[in-house]
Design a protein around this ligand. Structure first.
Ligand SMILES: [Fe+2]
Length: 402
């Protein structure tokens, strides 16, 4: 028997302005758990050897390498900062001016669709952190504003990377004190979703529900009705990733990151989601292939991939790779503790003084749920809050904003 971990009022208004059961995330998700007890830290992903001291040199012309003192080096993670929301920009302004000064931030996409806000955010972060790594998310590639002066989402991508370069934000793989940090560009495709669809309900298509389909512009022959965008954007990685040394067999810590999901198991099952077609707009099989090229088919005890996009805090290990998401998400989601995180952001994932990759999992309600419960993709019984929505809403107008 499942029960909600937190006692919230039974209803709240979601970001679509709809009355929905509480604990729902954005327009499509809700957090529940099989236990009311607090999450207890598990021990896993222990580093068998301290690799933090090993300096692995980049090939000339491919990536920067830094060979300075590795003592006290920390790597932090946050995604989906969405600084179009003034509260989120304030959150960044209010980050300590001193605490992170020597450290590295990995920002896993979705900063702002407004180029000016994007630049302001990145400059602020660069003042706070020694190194900032970034990959663009879907919001970053929206082309809705004339002032941004971009013809399509690919030119927006180029412009973002140029902007990052001018500020000193890293978008290419780099070796930071012996730790390889590898950004991977990606885009989602519908065929990534291989679990059974929910039948019998009038669920809007992704094209209708998701703003990306109107806010992004893709040049021909790229087409939102097939996997051409996911393939094309994956191919853009070749220039930087194919020239790297063999990191899979290198004796050093490698951290890969993307905005989108490399595995569908990193998202709750459809019956749990207010928008059950969400898995069709979140991930990429080409991304998982890239990730495995760095971490190996079987992974390792230090293999780690970071991601964002769904706004679900997550920390789980699948086939030898640890996958972590730590989203800031929207102010409304935070106010209702809807993104499932129970820890202050940004989270520290690596600390050279504590043996490298930190072992304690990032407390995240959904991945905790799946540590205790198996996925049941054939189970068509909707979670109570999803059932309530589809039985009580005459018009299933859902706008998914992630
Ligand atoms: Fe996103």
């Amino acid at each position: 028997m499942l029960s909600c971990r937190f006692h919230f009022p039974p209803f709240c208004i979601n970001s679509c302005g709809e009355k929905v059961p509480s604990l729902q995330v954005g327009c499509g998700q809700q957090v529940w758990s099989s236990t009311d007890s607090l999450i207890k830290p598990h021990k896993f992903c222990r580093s068998s050897k301290n690799k933090s001291g090993n300096v692995f040199k980049a090939m000339p012309g491919t990536a920067a390498h830094h060979e300075s003192d590795t003592r006290g080096m920390k790597i932090y993670l946050v995604s989906d900062v969405h600084t179009d929301h003034v509260e989120n920009l304030e959150w960044i302004r209010n980050l300590s001016p001193t605490e992170y000064k020597q450290h590295t931030l990995i920002l896993a996409g979705d900063v702002s669709d407004n180029l000016e806000t994007f630049e302001i955010t990145m400059k602020l972060l660069k003042e706070k952190f020694n190194n900032v790594f970034f990959v663009p998310g879907n919001h970053d590639l929206w082309c809705r504003r004339e002032e941004d002066d971009v013809s399509d989402s690919l030119s927006k991508l180029e412009k973002l990377i140029e902007t990052c370069r001018s500020i000193g934000v890293l978008t290419n793989p780099s070796n930071i004190n012996g730790v390889w940090i590898v950004p991977i560009l990606s885009w989602y495709h519908e065929s990534f979703d291989r679990e059974k669809d929910i039948d019998g309900y009038n669920i809007p298509s992704v094209q209708k529900a998701c703003k990306d389909f109107s806010a992004c512009k893709w040049p021909s022959p790229l087409d939102t009705s097939n996997d051409s965008i996911a393939r094309h954007i994956d191919g853009l990685n070749d220039a930087t990733l194919n020239t790297l040394p063999d990191l899979q067999h290198a004796d050093c810590q490698v951290i890969t990151f993307s905005h989108f999901l490399p595995r569908f198991e990193l998202c709750p099952e459809k019956r749990m989601l207010l928008y059950p077609k969400l898995p069709k707009m979140i991930g990429s099989d080409w991304l998982e292939a890239r990730v495995r090229r760095f971490h190996g088919e079987r992974g390792s005890d230090t293999a780690c991939h970071l991601f964002g996009h769904t706004h679900f805090a997550w920390d789980s290990t699948l086939e030898g790779i640890r996958y972590i998401q730590a989203p800031l998400a929207y102010p409304k989601e935070r106010a209702r503790m809807q993104n499932g995180a129970q820890k202050e952001l940004p989270i520290c994932i690596y600390d050279s003084d504590r043996g490298g990759l930190l072992q304690d999992p990032f407390p995240s309600r959904w991945s905790e749920y799946y540590r205790r419960n198996k996925r049941e993709p054939d189970n068509q019984k909707l979670a109570p809050w999803v059932e309530h929505h589809y039985h009580h809403q005459k018009h299933h107008q859902i706008h998914v904003d992630i």
